[in-house]
Structure formats: C-alpha cells, structure tokens
Design a protein around this ligand. Structure first.
Ligand SMILES: Cc1cc2nc3c(=O)[nH]c(=O)nc-3n(C[C@H](O)[C@H](O)[C@H](O)COP(=O)(O)O)c2cc1C
Length: 388
C-alpha cells in the first residue's frame, strides 16, 4: 500500500479497486452536481487566520457529541451500500471508528444488518433511520436499534423523494449488482474486491430483507423501496418517530433556520446541517454556507452538527470555528474503505485528525472545544445576501 498523506490518495486507490458502479454511486451528486461540487469548493473560500508565537503545545481534539466522548468531533456518516464497497464494509468501518474513538452511523440501507454490526463490535454505534410509511417496520427498526444498544438514532429527513444521480441510472445500480456484460467485464478487473465478496454472505440490504413486510428475498426489494418512502412526511409524523425512540435523537438534513426550529420543537438533541452530500436537491446551498444562519437561529438551544463536502481536517476546523459542535465524513471514509478495508478507514481518520490538530495549532489554538470565528476569514456575504 502506498504512503497515505491525504484523502485524495485514498480516493485514487479506491477508484482502481472497486467496480465502477459502486465508485460512481459514491462519487456522484444529483442532476448537474452543482451542490455536490460546491459543498467542497465553498470550504476553500473560507481562510484560516495564521497566528505565531502563541503557545501551541498540548493540543486537544477530544470533545463530546450529544454528550458522548469522542477523540475528535468527526463521526462517520450513514452511507448506504457500504458493504458493496468492501466485503462486510459496515463492520469494518464500525470497527475502525470504535478503535479511533469516533461514532459510527449505520444506514438503514446498509448491507450488514444492525445485528451483524452489533455482534462484531464492542462499542455502541448510532442508527440512521429513513422516514418510511410502514409503522410496524419503523417501530421494529427502532426496537432493533435499542436491542443492539445503539446510543443514538439519526432520522434523515431530506429523502422523501429521491434526487436522481445520472450515473446510477446508467449503471443500473443495485445490490447485489446486476450482471450485465459491461458490469461483469468491469468486475473481473477488480480481483481483490471480488475475492472479498466471495468470502461473505452479506450482499443484500441486511436491515430490510426478511424484516420488511413482503420482502423475503432480494428480488422483491425494488418494488418495496419504490413505495416505502413517505412523500407526505410532516413534523407531526416526525413527532411520532420521536415517541418510538426514547434515546438521544439527531435530525439529519436541515438546511433552513425554519426547519432547524421545527427540529428543536420535536425534541431532537442535535441537528445535522446537511444536503445529503449534494445527492438530493441540486442547486441547494453548500452546507457550510447554510451553517451560519442556522447557528444564529438555534445554536444556543440545540447541538448543531454539519456534514457534506468535508475532505480534510482544515474543513472540519472551519465548520467547528463557525460553531458546529460536531461534523461527519461520508465519502472521505468510503474512499478509505474501498481502498483498503478497515485500515483504509483508519487511514482516513488519521489524515483528518492530523490535519485538524496541526492546523488548529497553526491558528494559535490548542482546544477544539474553544474555537470561534476569530480564526476564520469569511468573505462578506458568504452566508448569503439574498433577495427577499
Ligand atoms: C454513497 C453514499 C450513500 C449515502 N447513503 C446515505 C444513507 O443511507 N442515509 C443517509 O442518511 N445519508 C446517506 N448519505 C449521505 C451521508 O450520510 C452524508 O450526508 C454525506 O455523505 C456527507 O457528504 P460527504 O460525502 O461530502 O462527506 C450517503 C452518502 C453517500 C456518498
């Protein structure tokens, strides 16, 4: 394995090792991909203020997210189909996270089930839940998360409808993969990936097949998915979910201060400012631009987290200095997983940790819990000066 110094190193290896269909699934945004691109490029518009001759010894990245200790405030975001990027991918990523001391979030649409991950890890993880119509399924999902000792639930509220990613349509993305001549030809070149997949039985959506009504085998899954998501979702429905889960609750996918206030009223413990990594509403603001108005509206009343576009510790530093109490990485750790399994996820976390810790020091600060906007130079109008 070559020396890994940045997330881009992992992305390059990931691209070589994993079938195109799954690389494209990760490396896409919806429609024109404007929001996907700007999620990252907008971080570059914020500058860090260099300070010198300030004691930079004893730097500390340990913090808390929703009252739980973390070695740095960077969680692994829920990512569907992770077990298609590398065999038993969810278990591998969860293990890397627990060793590093950061939270792992398991997607509803994971390949390894809640129970699989619980059996193969020793610390509680967080369970991400989509807002589906079927009450029985929802209650069971929360109950299963509780039985697995999950220490928080994340309800994702930005996927009532699915934004289209052109490459997924063209590639015929599915789990297990559809075997067309082109996909078979491509997979045959990914020897390590294929050998890994042959070692595991976990190749279907483990939280759904055998658990959702009428989904006894993978072939009935696509018709279930098509009607399962609740397009009529409203905040009363989210209140019902709040009642189904009595543990810490995080609401993911907030981009507007009004929705942040609603999430607060529902009784969430934290919100995630997120546009789903640019995979849903193309043309939405980047999440780093959306952060400040949301901080102003609810920042003193609820914990605010952020994801979308983070590719470095400097990005994490900027989000924290703008007021976020925690951040999440999605693609950055999936690159690592696809590149080199559990070790690759650890590499991704190491890269981000080092960048965060050193950059914080070079800004003259030693504690992630005591950051503020003074270390940033934010362009005027960055968070918007829009027509009413
Ligand atoms: C391949 C992929 C699959 C995802 N699947 C889910 C999911 O199942 N549930 C969810 O809440 N978010 C999902 N997300 C969104 C992530 O949780 C997170 O919001 C996003 O990846 C953050 O952006 P980043 O990838 O630029 O870090 C997915 C993202 C990617 C890239």
């Amino acid at each position: 394995m070559p020396v890994i110094t940045e997330i881009e190193d992992l992305r390059r290896i990931y691209k070589r090792r994993v079938p195109k269909m799954f690389f494209d699934y990760t490396e896409s945004g919806s429609w024109t991909e404007q929001t996907f691109r700007e999620n990252s490029s907008d971080f570059d518009k914020i500058y860090l203020r260099q300070r010198v001759a300030i004691d930079m010894e004893g730097r500390k990245t340990a913090s808390q997210m929703i009252g739980q200790n973390v070695s740095m405030p960077v969680a692994l975001a829920p990512v569907g189909l992770t077990g298609m990027q590398h065999f038993d991918g969810e278990i591998k990523a969860a293990r890397a996270a627990e060793k590093f001391g950061v939270p792992y979030s398991l997607s509803t649409m994971s390949i390894c089930s809640i129970e699989d991950v619980a059996e193969n890890t020793s610390k509680p993880f967080w369970m991400q839940v989509y807002t589906l119509k079927d009450d029985d399924f929802m209650q069971r999902l929360f109950d299963r998360a509780k039985d697995a000792k999950c220490s928080a639930a994340i309800i994702t509220v930005d996927l009532q409808l699915l934004g289209q990613r052109h490459k997924d349509v063209k590639n015929g993305l599915s789990a297990p993969p559809k075997l067309t001549p082109a996909s078979v030809a491509n997979m045959m070149t990914k020897v390590q990936w294929g050998l890994g997949m042959l070692q595991t039985k976990r190749r279907f959506f483990g939280n759904i097949v055998g658990h959702a009504k009428g989904v006894k085998d993978p072939s009935s899954l696509s018709s279930w998915t098509a009607q399962a998501f609740d397009q009529s979702l409203n905040w009363d429905r989210i209140r019902e979910f709040r009642k189904m889960w009595d543990g810490p609750l995080i609401i993911k996918g907030i981009m507007d201060p009004r929705d942040a206030l609603e999430a607060l009223n529902v009784g969430a413990d934290a919100i995630i400012v997120s546009n789903h990594g640019g995979r849903q509403l193309d043309g939405a603001l980047s999440s780093i631009r959306a952060l400040a108005p949301i901080m102003d509206a609810v920042g003193d009343k609820i914990e605010v987290h952020l994801d979308s576009g983070i590719r470095s510790g400097q990005d994490v530093l900027k989000a924290l200095a703008m007021g976020a109490k925690g951040t999440y990485i999605g693609r950055a750790y999936v690159y690592g997983l696809g590149a080199n399994g559990e070790q690759g996820v650890t590499d991704a976390l190491n890269v981000i940790h080092k960048e965060l810790e050193v950059s914080m020091g070079l800004c003259g600060r030693t504690d992630v819990n005591a950051l503020d906007r003074d270390i940033l130079m934010i362009p005027k109008g960055f968070s918007g000066d829009w027509e009413e």
